[in-house]
Design a protein around this ligand. Structure first.
Ligand SMILES: NC(=O)c1ccc[n+]([C@@H]2O[C@H](COP(=O)([O-])OP(=O)(O)OC[C@H]3O[C@@H](n4cnc5c(N)ncnc54)[C@H](O)[C@@H]3O)[C@@H](O)[C@H]2O)c1
Length: 341
């Protein structure tokens, strides 16, 4: 089975490509490298001793995509390619809607043209918005996320639902990720943000390696156990394996058409202070931090009800918080400058 992976050179994409190769899928990566490096794919090839076909291209370039679909026998698409910085999305919303929404429509149009029906979408816990109570369950109505990034994910989920109503061959899966962290246990691939990291773990890791002075903890007055935000952190390799489980689910449900959503998370909320402590314990070193005011739009706490994925996909987020920390540190300390090393 051949899988086209858009955005496959990125953080979650590269770990998923590795899992796909280990499960004997053939993989084509399509990425414009706007937030990634080809080095991630080279390292995946080295780790698996398998080849990946790489095509540099933009998901908005329908002609290039058409050529690729024409030349290749593609059975399924896993669609990671997107811009993902929540703060930046409020500064340049049109760029986010163009890339994340229009780009997805382009892929779906080309898939339809070449009669490829299996589609796995990188959705996010952000689609539950501010309206829903925790833990989030797939049966809840989609919310209204405050950022254009979050709104782009809700819009794509809506587009998939409408497409499924109009095309009875379409078979979509929306995977709603919670907070992926960690790195492959080899320390060869991991999260390599360009510029100042937007996410907690890469920031902590860069403080630990001496690239940044101290961590800012945004808010200690949330209604949580220790006052800092709580999120559902899962190991990126567990998340990667969720995609293999979703392909397997599509394969087992040959009669299925429509769109099905699954939460991918551990089911536990962990606070920012608890993450800092866990990281300090893993590396046996203190992480300097300061408490800053809350950021606009940050929710106090959310986590997944992951029982649907546990039961139907036969998938569990098994790796421990300790492993998330040690794997992050192995990646960061071996590659202080990311893939530039
Ligand atoms: N990392 C998270 O915490 C998280 C949480 C929920 C959902 N997601 C979603 O998962 C997906 C992957 O996230 P990630 O953390 O690996 O991000 P990432 O930035 O590391 O990977 C995204 C990849 O897509 C590529 N890309 C972006 N726009 C493109 C375009 N127009 N054409 C071709 N390639 C393009 C980038 O170069 C990059 O390689 C995204 O859709 C993101 O919104 C991520």
């Amino acid at each position: 089975m051949q899988v086209l992976v858009t955005g496959g050179a990125g953080y979650i994409g590269s770990h998923t490509v590795l899992s796909l190769l280990e499960n004997n899928y053939d993989v084509i990566v399509y990425d414009n490298l706007t937030n990634s490096s080809l080095e991630s794919i080279k390292r995946v090839e080295k780790l698996t001793s398998k080849k990946v076909k790489f095509v540099e291209g933009d998901i908005c370039d329908k002609e290039k995509l058409s050529q690729l679909f024409k030349q290749s026998d593609i059975d399924a698409v896993i669609h990671f390619a997107a811009l993902k910085a929540v703060g930046e999305s409020a500064e340049i919303p049109l760029r986010y809607y163009q890339n994340n929404v229009h780009g997805t429509v382009c892929i779906l149009e080309v898939m339809q043209q070449y009669q490829v029906h299996n589609f796995i979408f990188s959705s996010s816990a952000t689609v539950y918005g501010e309206e829903n109570d925790v833990p989030y369950v797939e049966t809840m109505k989609l919310g209204s996320p405050s950022s254009p990034y979050g709104a782009s994910k809700v819009m794509v989920e809506r587009i998939l639902a409408d497409l499924a109503l109009s095309d009875n061959k379409f078979r979509g899966v929306s995977l709603r990720y919670f907070n992926p962290i960690g790195a492959h246990e080899s320390g060869e691939i991991g999260e390599d943000p360009k510029g100042i990291p937007n996410n907690l773990l890469p920031y902590i890791a860069q403080v630990a390696v001496g690239k940044r002075d101290k961590l800012s903890v945004f808010g200690e007055d949330f209604p949580t156990k220790d006052g800092s935000c709580e999120r559902d952190y899962l190991h990126v390799m567990d998340l990667a394996q969720g995609h293999v489980a979703a392909l397997d689910w599509l394969d087992r449900h040959s009669e299925f058409n429509g769109v099905e959503a699954f939460n991918l998370g551990t089911g536990n909320g962990v606070s920012v202070f608890a993450i800092v402590q866990a990281f300090e314990k893993a590396i046996n070193k203190a992480i300097p931090f300061e408490v800053s005011p809350r950021r606009a739009g940050d929710l106090s706490a959310f986590w997944a009800n992951a029982s649907k994925a546990n039961k139907e996909l036969n998938w569990h987020a098994n790796r421990s918080l300790e492993q998330m920390m040690t794997d992050t540190w192995r990646w960061q300390s071996n590659n202080p400058n990311g893939f530039l090393d």
